[in-house]
Design a protein around this ligand. Structure first.
Ligand SMILES: OC[C@@H]1[C@@H](O)[C@H](O)[C@@H](O)c2nc(-c3ccccc3)cn21
Length: 607
């Protein structure tokens, strides 16, 4: 029969060693190369023995491509990989960070900032499982998720990708989402080794190692100044959890620790993660992480390749200059700068993941899973997650009865604000495109406004929607509205585009709050944002204030709770500052004077 490595009954290490022994240097370096799908033709995948392909944010086979088109694209690349001499399957990866956000009509779950407020690990595990099914529906077996950053400063553009400022909350969610995505390690199974249960699960990637959420003033990709003790106490704990849960891969951070780029950090990647924590999966770079080691970028690429590979990155998200990467790494091995033992360690780790997840046995996407994409059960789960993520910050002015839960039976109500009827805004970044979009045509979902309309539709209540009502309108009509719901917040953003030093509510939000809430109509303000914003100036004027974070496609989860079908159970997983001058300010700090403290969240009197 065929070669030993092709026999799934052989012990894992026998398969790895048998295959490794057969591989040429070109085939080994090919396995370490991840390229972007735009340049992944069959000839390139085959000719360079490419081991992995990715979709960058928003990189899709076609606009609004259905699941079938994704499966066909992935399978075409896979056929090329399987046609190589040794037939090593390629691994396709994508950022499914709040559901399969790149894919049209996928279920978009709340971003991590909201999930942290649920404090519900079982819910998060189910979200992982549902996400895995929707990713597999497109023929993809690997996701660059979860982000396990411990965001310590909301000025960071990626703070919404972090479950919490508290490492224990991040650990709790990490320990749930990973078995959700990858499947649970059996009771008698080996913990701490890469694990993927089967073809309805995906390989996961805990990112970005390490300290990505601790940079100075939250400046993305910048420096995290911290003692080793602080790094271990604040930013490292989620990686203990991730390794124990059998995470298959770890992505290195663009950021630096005390001035040393993480992509060149041998002590943290090799000595600590691989040797101390005994991580046995593979370490992957971030996008052009080697190029970005220098300033200017790509300044001395071969040296960056040397430093990155020796630090012990195993797979490089190149993603375009693959010939240069392959040539440079080949030269570095040939001239003895990089020992073959380092290459073999990288390839062993990559093969361990591919064998463990059954990629050799099942290299192709399963078209029968297409129905999993955006299916009702997943949307119901997402709707429940939205409900559980909402945090009630204020309900009723002093001496007045609470405004929430809103009565469904009311003569006429006003819904206002930029985020009331905007599916793209409520999804945030990493949705359909890298940066996210505005409007209601980007994918399938329900806006907060439509959720409100559905909630009151059988109660004879008239809903008047005005995105930005002017003072005159309010004055002329103030006696005619029983109450108003004002939905405002941040537009979508991703990565450095979200870095923000003032954290004010972007206009026209404040104006709409002033005009409506200051105009004599009782108002509930719903804030759609990736993080706490400066709200102190408005709190007094509003009757109720709800943090909705970035809820995703299932906007009915917001109206479910506004109208009391469900109670408010969310608890802040991030300190809500009074002013940005206080930042960074986290639970446990000596100086702690928040507007709303970590763990805060009101319930409904009627709960
Ligand atoms: O999408 C792949 C990875 C993702 O997993 C990482 O979390 C994230 O840091 C990231 N930034 C880019 C990226 C950044 C700038 C331009 C183009 C792409 C690509 N990626």
């Amino acid at each position: 029969g065929g070669a030993r490595y092709k026999d799934p009954r052989q012990p894992l290490n026998r398969r790895i060693e048998d295959l490794l022994a057969r591989m040429t240097l070109a085939e080994k370096i090919g396995q370490m190369s991840q390229i972007e799908r735009e340049n992944a033709t069959a000839d390139v995948v085959r000719g360079y023995f490419v081991g992995s392909v990715l979709s960058g944010g928003g990189s899709v086979p076609a606009p609004q491509a259905p699941a079938e088109a994704w499966v066909e694209m992935v399978n075409e690349m896979q056929r090329a990989a399987m046609s190589t001499r040794l037939g090593i399957p390629m691994l396709y990866g994508i950022d499914a960070v709040h559901g399969h956000g790149n894919v049209y009509k996928a279920t978009v779950f709340p971003h991590n900032v909201g999930l942290g407020c649920t404090r519900d690990p079982e819910l998060v595990k189910k979200i992982g499982a549902a996400t895995a099914l929707e990713v597999r529906a497109t023929g993809i077996p690997y996701v660059f998720a979860p982000c396990v950053a411990v965001c310590r400063d909301p000025r960071w553009g990626r703070c919404y990708e972090s479950y919490s400022e508290d490492p224990r909350v991040v650990q709790q969610m990490t320990s749930s989402i990973i078995p959700g995505l990858q499947g649970e390690i059996p009771a008698n199974g080996r913990r701490g080794a890469p694990f993927v249960a089967g073809q309805r699960n995906v390989a996961a990637c805990s990112k970005h190692y390490v300290g990505d959420g601790g940079t100075t003033r939250g400046i993305n990709e910048n420096n995290t100044a911290a003692s080793f003790h602080e790094l271990l106490g604040v930013h490292m704990p989620p990686y203990y959890s991730a390794v124990i849960q059998g995470v298959s891969t770890v992505m290195v951070s663009f950021s630096s620790w005390n001035g040393v780029k993480m992509h060149a950090n041998h002590f943290l990647v090799t000595d600590f993660l691989k040797n101390r924590l005994r991580f046995r999966g593979f370490v992957i770079s971030d996008w052009r992480g080697l190029d970005k080691m220098t300033s200017p970028e790509h300044d001395d690429y071969i040296t960056s390749v040397k430093l990155g590979i020796l630090a012990a990155i195993d797979m490089v998200m190149i993603p375009y200059t693959y010939t240069e990467f392959i040539d440079d790494l080949t030269a570095l091995v040939r001239n003895g700068t990089i020992p073959m033992s380092r290459i073999d360690d990288a390839v062993r780790r990559i093969l361990r993941v591919k064998f463990t997840m059954g990629l050799f046995e099942d290299p192709y996407g399963d078209p029968s899973l297409a129905g999993e994409l955006g299916k009702p059960e997943h949307r119901e789960l997402a709707r429940e997650a939205v409900r559980r993520s909402l945090v009630l910050l204020k309900n009723g002015k002093p001496g007045q009865k609470p405004l929430l839960p809103l009565p469904k039976k009311a003569g006429r109500i006003l819904v206002a604000g930029s985020h009331a009827d905007n599916l793209g805004y409520q999804c945030g970044g990493w949705t359909i495109t890298w940066q996210g979009l505005g409007g209601n045509n980007l994918t399938a979902g329900t806006t907060i406004l439509n959720g409100i309309k559905r909630a009151v539709q059988d109660h004879g209540t008239e809903v008047v929607y005005s995105e930005s009502p002017d003072a005159g309108f309010v004055q002329r009509n103030k006696g005619r509205f029983d109450y108003a719901v004002v939905v405002v917040g941040e537009p979508p953003y991703a990565e450095s585009f979200g870095d923000n030093l003032n954290l004010t509510i972007p206009e026209p939000g404040p104006s709409v709050i002033r005009v409506v809430c200051g105009g004599g109509i009782r108002c509930a303000v719903v804030l759609v944002s990736g993080r706490p914003l400066a709200v102190e100036p408005y709190v007094g004027a509003v009757d109720a204030l709800v943090a909705a974070w970035l809820p995703g496609t299932e906007g009915e989860g917001v109206s479910d709770v506004l109208f009391g079908d469900y109670g408010f159970t969310g608890k802040l997983a991030r300190t809500w500052f009074r002013s940005v001058e206080q930042l960074p300010m986290n639970v446990g700090d000596a100086r702690y004077d928040p507007l709303f403290p970590f763990g805060f969240g009101l319930g409904l009197e009627t709960q």
